[in-house]
Design a protein around this ligand. Structure first.
Ligand SMILES: [Zn+2]
Ligand SMILES: [Zn+2]
Length: 145
C-alpha cells in the first residue's frame, strides 16, 4: 500500500484517490480462532500540502471467527473511517520516507483498534451451559433442575 508522492509532484498533481486490496496478516487478530475472510479493502483520497500528506477514507474488512458465547462460526464485518496525516518531520504524524507513503502501519493500527473484545452470533445468544457445555440456544439443559 505504497503511494509515490514524487510521481504525483512530477505530474503537477497535489492529490489522488486510491484503492488497495490488502492481504492483512491474521496475526493482527486478537480474537480466538479468527482469520480474515478476504482481502481488506482500503479506499480513500490523498492530499499533499508542502511536506505533509493527508489521507482519509475507509477500511472495510470481514473476519471469520466464532461466537464468544456459543462458539458457532460467525462472520464479523466492519468499516473503519480514517483521517490521518503523514509527515517526514512531525512526531505526531505517521512517518514517511523518500517521498513514498506506505499506508500499511496506519491500516494495521486502525484494524487492531477497531477489533471487538467479543463477537456474538446474535445479540441475544444464550451461550453454552457452564456446567455441561450444552448450546442453550438449542434448548435448556438439565443442570438447573
Ligand atoms: Zn452465539
Ligand atoms: Zn447444562
Amino acid at each position: 500500500m505504497v503511494i509515490d508522492i514524487k510521481r504525483l509532484r512530477l505530474k503537477g498533481k497535489s492529490g489522488c484517490s486510491f484503492h488497495f486490496d490488502y492481504e492483512a496478516d491474521d496475526a493482527l487478530l486478537t480474537l480466538p480462532e479468527s482469520s480474515f475472510s478476504g482481502a481488506v479493502s482500503v479506499t480513500g483520497e490523498l492530499e499533499v500540502d508542502g511536506e505533509d500528506v493527508f489521507v482519509n477514507g475507509e477500511i472495510s474488512y470481514s473476519i471469520n471467527t466464532v461466537c464468544s458465547r456459543c462458539l458457532t462460526p460467525t462472520v464479523y464485518e466492519k468499516v473503519v473511517p480514517f483521517d490521518e496525516k503523514f509527515s517526514p518531520s512531525d512526531d505526531e504524524a505517521y512517518p514517511y520516507y523518500k517521498e513514498t507513503v506506505d499506508l500499511t502501519d496506519m491500516v494495521n493500527d486502525k484494524i487492531i483498534l477497531s477489533l471487538p473484545y467479543a463477537v456474538y452470533c446474535k445479540d441475544d445468544c444464550k451461550g453454552l451451559c457452564p456446567t455441561c457445555g450444552a448450546d442453550l440456544n438449542k434448548g435448556q439443559c438439565d443442570c438447573n433442575k
